[in-house]
Design a protein around this ligand. Structure first.
Ligand code: ZN
Length: 203
């Protein structure tokens, strides 16, 4: 199983991080050791003083595919969930400034939180999904997949040119504005529409 992820896919988030609008999807990977599920607590690692949450819609693939055309991409997944792409922002900033790959700031252990998934056939339009993150009971991120710069089917087409998609793989689709640091004791609750898909603590 592999975890593919997209950066800078929401204009309002690019503004807050002062990233330019990408002309093609920004792709990175996380290894299977990054996965954190079942609402297990997230432990702040010792190598960062600035771990940011990034709440993202997550595609779960159920079909093998390569060089998938956008118009066929919907056939490769049947469930969408919500996750957190934890990012060591301080490390990422340093590595980016040095022009080095920022892998370790994104792919470290437990950096890919996934919650529950909902069937795609229960959603009227995958490009009109409302989602949000509540941090300690207060909404800090809210987004809609209609705001994606590159829609889901184009993301799948793009990544499948480079990586064979396998059953059980995940795709994190980017985060809207409102990212911020977590602290010990924080509670993160993620919702798609008004359905809670994850609820866990930071330790
Ligand atoms: Zn992200």
């Amino acid at each position: 199983m592999k975890i593919m992820a997209i950066g800078q896919n929401y204009a309002d988030h690019n503004k807050e991080l002062q990233n330019q609008t990408p002309t093609e999807p920004v792709v990175f990977m996380k290894p299977d050791s990054a996965l954190l599920k079942n609402n297990k607590p997230f432990f702040i690692p010792d190598f960062s003083n600035e771990i940011h949450y990034e709440t993202e819609l997550v595609i779960k693939f159920n079909r093998l595919g390569k060089n998938i055309e956008p118009r066929f991409a919907h056939r490769y997944y049947a469930e969408i969930g919500l996750g957190v792409d934890f990012t060591a922002r301080d490390l990422q900033r340093t590595l980016k400034a040095q022009g080095k790959p920022w892998e370790i700031s994104k792919a470290f252990d437990n950096s890919a939180v996934i919650g529950d998934f909902v069937p795609v056939n229960s959603i009227a339009d995958v490009q009109n999904i409302e989602f949000r993150l509540d941090l300690n009971g207060k909404t800090v991120q809210s987004g809609n997949s209609s705001q994606m710069i590159f829609p889901i089917n184009e993301l799948i087409a793009h990544i499948s040119r480079y990586f064979t998609i396998k059953i059980g793989d995940f795709l994190f689709t980017g985060t809207p504005a409102g990212v911020g640091a977590v602290a010990i004791g924080d509670r993160l609750e993620g919702y798609v529409f008004d359905q809670k898909l994850f609820d866990f603590y930071v330790k």
